[in-house]
Ligand binder design. Structure first.
Ligand code: NDP
Ligand code: OXD
Length: 307
């Protein structure tokens, strides 16, 4: 079996890890000649000329959950499935990241930190948990996992998706018609949508303004989902209390970007859920085994929907 791997980062380490897991396979870095012979392709942030060369591959695997870094989905021949990571250890990491942010907002950790700086002893009124409604944009692999975790912390949870999802104990909202209703009562908003033409700039001033006064926003999906200037304006005006941002339109975030020094923004460098080598290699190897056996695999991207 011939596999070609092209990764914008850590390519040598990925090749070594797949060689260890599949010693019988020939695994090479991309070249036009290797690609033309490849049974499988494994890519991360491929350059545009890479993908059309996989003319006889049985599948192209993406070393991540989001496929927005693939410049042109049409560049992969129509009969070749594009398979993304589903979970592969990322759900647990997302749960940790979002739960920390939720508890930090709900328990007003930052307000107490301000009081400590002012040497001020002032218990704040206990907030009603029933009013701290968490809303997840996206009810897929990661959104559903985060929704379940926030439920088990005792928060009321709602989730918005393209098609209606039925998740245990979670109020479901679907489609553009129900987005305003979803946002108006959400005090803690988590964005876990893929970046597609249908979701780009979704969280603009008009939509973020629908959140109740004092709401917190977490973006762990992609920077292009949020209009940066609108988010900053609503934080400055006090409509939003805080934002937790892990993803940005441009990464690394340029040093002059206002997010860096905003007092109400907590910023991390795209680490909320990293691609874990062991879990990722195991998942892709398992899927190759299934495809070789003629069995279906999960995580096949629907190119029409774009995710
Ligand atoms: P899934 O494909 O499993 O879930 C996507 C969800 O978004 C689905 O519920 C889908 O609806 C919903 N959705 C898509 N388009 C729309 C739309 N136009 N309107 C309403 N809902 C929509 O993806 P994952 O949960 O695995 O991952 C989500 C995203 O998280 C990834 O695409 C990636 O960008 C990001 N990510 C970020 C990481 C990080 O480190 N920061 C790590 C991993 C992922 P439906 O259920 O109807 O299909
Ligand atoms: C992903 C990511 O999409 O790392 O997997 O952001």
């Amino acid at each position: 079996m011939k596999i070609v791997l092209h990764a914008a980062q850590d390519q040598e380490a990925w090749i070594a890890a797949f060689r260890r897991a599949l010693p019988q396979a020939q695994i090479d870095p991309w070249s036009a000649a290797h690609a033309a012979q490849a049974d499988y392709a494994i890519v991360w942030k491929p350059r545009p000329e890479i993908l059309p060369a996989f003319s006889r591959a049985k599948a192209v695997f993406n070393l991540g959950a989001g496929i927005d870094a693939i410049p042109d989905l049409g560049a992969i021949a129509p009969g070749i499935p594009l398979v993304r990571l589903d979970d592969a250890g990322m759900a647990e990491q997302m749960i940790e990241y979002v739960s920390e942010a939720a508890l930090r907002c709900y328990r007003e950790v930052d307000a107490y930190a301000d009081q400590q700086r002012e040497t001020r002893w002032q218990p704040r009124p206990r907030r009603a948990k029933a009013e701290f409604i968490a809303g997840i944009l996206g009810a897929g692999v990661l959104g559903a996992a985060v929704a379940g975790a926030l439920r088990s912390l005792g928060f009321p949870v709602r989730a918005w998706s393209r098609t209606r999802r039925r998740l245990d104990g979670v109020e479901g909202f679907a489609g553009m018609d129900e987005l305003a209703g979803f946002l108006t009562r959400t005090r803690f908003l988590v964005c876990l949508l893929p970046l597609t033409p249908g979701t780009t700039n979704l969280l603009d001033r008009a939509r973020l303004s629908l959140l109740p006064h004092g709401a917190c926003v977490v973006n762990v999906a992609r920077g292009g989902l949020v209009v940066d200037a609108d988010l900053v304006a609503l934080l400055d005006e006090g409509h939003l209390a805080a934002a937790f941002l892990d993803v940005f339109r441009e990464e690394p975030l340029p040093p002059e970007h206002p997010f860096w020094h905003h007092p109400r923004i907590v910023l991390t460098p795209h680490v909320s859920a990293v691609t874990l080598a062991r879990e990722t290699v195991a998942q892709i190897v398992d899927k190759i085994g299934r495809l070789e056996a003629g069995l279906p695999v999960t995580g096949v991207v629907d190119r029409e929907r774009g995710y």
